[in-house]
Design a protein around this ligand. Structure first.
Ligand SMILES: [Zn+2]
Ligand SMILES: [Zn+2]
Length: 209
């Protein structure tokens, strides 16, 4: 039985989402743990549930979503994948984080590969589909676990709102098109786990558009 654990990490409370089978495979979306105590919380959970972490996947490359990638890579050596459209953010993460007052070196590992629209990511019984949803950034993606009816929407769709489009690579018309044509077309009962804040459903968010 596939399970989900959400860790709101770092002062910006980015939801790191761990999809896992107890005593089986795991995928971590947006490794946002910033310090050793947050990382320990993640590590303790992984060891208590005997999870083999095979992937760390990013919904996009903004600095608050990438803090833990280096720590996780060193500890578990999962494949690190992100959309190529946000690769340049990885090199700016340290500078951007420091400009927001975070103590962060930003020495991130190079991605092991790039995510494209309609890619399928599988390990064990976990299957995710990649949905490219540009607008918050050019490389923003969502991950859809069709069997569970779970959508990991990053900073594209929140409970009661949409992602900001005033940052580098942001585009308002594009994010609206992405949400309308790629996310709100999913079944209305789909549970949505955004990059920040509480979960919602596709059906709850639809009337706003
Ligand atoms: Zn963002
Ligand atoms: Zn964010």
């Amino acid at each position: 039985m596939i399970q989900l654990k959400v860790f709101p990490f770092n002062p910006l409370q980015v939801n790191a989402c761990l999809i896992y089978e107890p005593n089986g495979a795991g995928i971590l979306i947006d490794p946002s743990c910033l310090n050793k105590s947050e990382f320990k919380e993640l590590k303790d959970f992984i060891s208590q549930n005997n999870i083999k972490l095979d992937y760390q996947l990013n919904t996009h490359g903004h600095f608050d979503h990438v803090f833990g990638i280096g720590m996780v890579k060193t500890e578990y050596s999962p494949k690190f994948l992100i959309h190529q459209g946000d690769e340049s953010f990885l090199r700016m993460a340290g500078d951007q984080a420091r400009s927001f007052g975070f103590e962060y070196e930003g020495d991130l590992p190079v991605p092991d590969g790039f995510l494209s629209d309609k890619d399928a990511i599988s390990t064990g019984e976990i299957h995710l589909e990649v949905i490219h949803v540009p607008g918050h950034s050019q490389g923003s993606v969502a991950f859809y676990a069709r069997e569970q009816g779970w959508l990991f929407s990053g900073d594209t769709l929140f409970a009661g709102g949409i992602g900001r489009t005033d940052l580098h690579g942001g585009n308002y018309e594009q994010i609206i098109t992405s949400i309308k044509t790629r996310l709100l077309t999913l079944p209305s009962e789909t549970l949505v786990f955004p990059g920040h804040g509480p979960q919602t459903t596709i059906g709850t968010e639809s009337p706003d558009f």
